[in-house]
Design a protein around this ligand. Structure first.
Ligand code: ZN
Length: 486
């Protein structure tokens, strides 16, 4: 392993729970949560694991999810909790009286009981777009899956806000298509929006950068009306490519005008023009917007050979964008996202974990990795990109896009509001300073109740019963500074 930059002293917090990789959208569904376990295995086997603080992801609570999502939608989704969790909660509640249930979990426990008593579980609801299309099926433990993914992203924000990390990573997050009350594009709960809302409790300006092949529509929509968050999405656009939004002229509305930035491209985009355009635009955005923190969605379906995306990036090209954003030296959160050729997704996110740590990892895939066979025939980290792919983006067209984005950004530069003196501390009414200390304190709490037998219901074998626990915050299970398991 080679040290690649002098700034390897950055504290990196890594959020993981192997349960998240065990959920299944369905045999034929392109979204395979297993890729998270594969990435994790590479991270462990490359020796990156022990250079970070490692947190065992906890489930986000209903109240936390409710900071963005519609209550009816959450209640609807929450019926898709696993039967074993329902059994556990029932047992817990009968064996203990309510007073011993942690207060912040009481509402959730009551809801579980309520749903379990109703017995009848709806499988479709056209309003919420869950289960009525192949994209967003219902499956066992669906809600737990959403809670884990979003719990991790929320705690990424906590680890940054409490100064425990400079860079926080959640490869199971980045589900950028989910809307306030609607599932979309394999996404149900928008962990990114929840993460950014946490950051806004302290930070004035948050920059969201999205390099997934698809437009980051859910995040853009959530913050379309505000200047507290700038959303910047690089994506494939046209020919009915999903989701069909993210035109160059979608720039935000009202106070948020010019704080949504879209970079639509045609298929075939390769490293050199992509990186060039990425740097030109992000450098100007950083100069003009001066964010306090960066949240980066690192969707890996922009890589060459992806089953759904049409770009032709290499892992090095994709990673160069992460490295460039890291070079600005402000707090950063790295999230996953799309990525449907799973052996390339895991390669990419292991490589980018190395970038976060300032470590260049070996080209040879560690031979002890249990998914080693997936990396045939070369068993190398960097796979060869597709040859003879036409980049349908002409240089002059890309230059025009950059010029237009610069023009939009010039409106911000000249706007009197740029210094944000008039922006109140709290953008969201229920987020006030008083709660801040309390929230920071929660980071250290280890209020925890083991969820036994959950694994059985999820069809998971050989896993520790402690891997999912009901707790207020993700539990630190390895501390880099102490060099020991906790
Ligand atoms: Zn995507």
């Amino acid at each position: 392993m080679i040290q690649t930059d002098s700034d390897s002293s950055k504290r990196v917090a890594y959020f993981y729970n192997r349960f998240i990789g065990k959920f299944q959208y369905g045999k034929e569904h392109p979204m395979k949560p297993k890729r998270i376990i594969m990435a994790h295995n590479l991270i462990v086997n490359y020796g990156l694991f022990r250079q970070m603080d490692v947190y065992l992801i906890r489930e986000a609570q209903l109240q936390e999810i409710g900071k963005f999502h519609d209550p009816d939608y959450i209640i609807y989704l929450s019926q898709f909790m696993s039967q074993n969790k329902i059994n556990f909660v029932k047992e817990y509640c009968s064996a203990n009286n309510e007073s011993v249930i942690p207060e912040n979990l009481l509402e959730e426990f009551k809801l579980i009981i309520k749903w379990s008593q109703q017995q009848k579980v709806k499988t479709e609801n056209s309003e919420f777009k869950v289960g009525d299309s192949p994209d967003n099926p219902t499956f066992s433990g669906l809600f737990s899956y959403c809670q884990l993914s979003s719990g991790a992203s929320i705690d990424c924000a906590h680890s940054i806000l409490t100064g425990q990390a400079d860079i926080a990573i959640n490869w199971s997050g980045g589900l950028h298509h989910a809307k306030k009350k609607e599932a979309s594009g394999f996404c149900y709960i928008n962990d990114i929006v929840l993460c950014i809302l946490e950051l806004l409790r302290v930070y004035v300006r948050v920059l969201y950068v999205d390099i997934d092949c698809h437009h980051g529509d859910g995040v853009e929509e959530a913050f379309y009306l505000t200047n507290r968050v700038m959303t910047l999405s690089f994506h494939q656009y046209g020919d009915d490519f999903y989701p069909g939004t993210g035109q160059l002229n979608s720039v935000g509305v009202g106070v948020g005008r010019y704080y949504s930035v879209n970079v639509p491209m045609k298929p075939g985009m390769s490293d050199q023009p992509y990186i060039e355009m990425f740097k030109k635009i992000t450098s100007r955005v950083m100069q003009v917007y001066r964010p306090d923190c960066i949240v980066m969605q690192c969707g890996a379906d922009s890589l060459s050979l992806d089953k759904l995306g049409g770009f032709n990036l290499s892992i090095k090209g994709h990673g160069a964008c992460v490295e460039y954003m890291k070079s600005f030296g402000i707090p950063m959160i790295l999230l996953g996202g799309g990525g449907y050729t799973i052996q390339n997704v895991s390669r990419c996110w292991a490589y980018e974990t190395g970038i976060a740590l300032g470590q260049q990892i070996d080209q040879a895939i560690p031979s002890n990795d249990i998914y080693y066979d997936y990396y045939s025939p070369d068993y190398l980290l960097h796979f060869p990109i597709k040859q003879n792919v036409e980049n349908r983006n002409k240089t002059e067209d890309l230059n025009k896009i950059v010029a237009t984005v610069y023009d939009y950004l010039s409106h911000i530069e000249n706007a009197p509001g740029i210094h944000f003196h008039d922006v109140p501390f709290s953008f969201y009414p229920d987020m006030d300073e008083e709660n801040e200390d309390e929230n920071k304190e929660q980071m250290d709490q280890k209020q925890e109740v083991s969820l036994n037998e959950l694994e059985q219901e999820l069809g998971i074998s050989n896993s520790s019963k402690n891997e999912i626990s009901v707790q207020s915050n993700s539990r630190k299970i390895y501390s880099k500074s102490q060099q020991q398991d906790l």
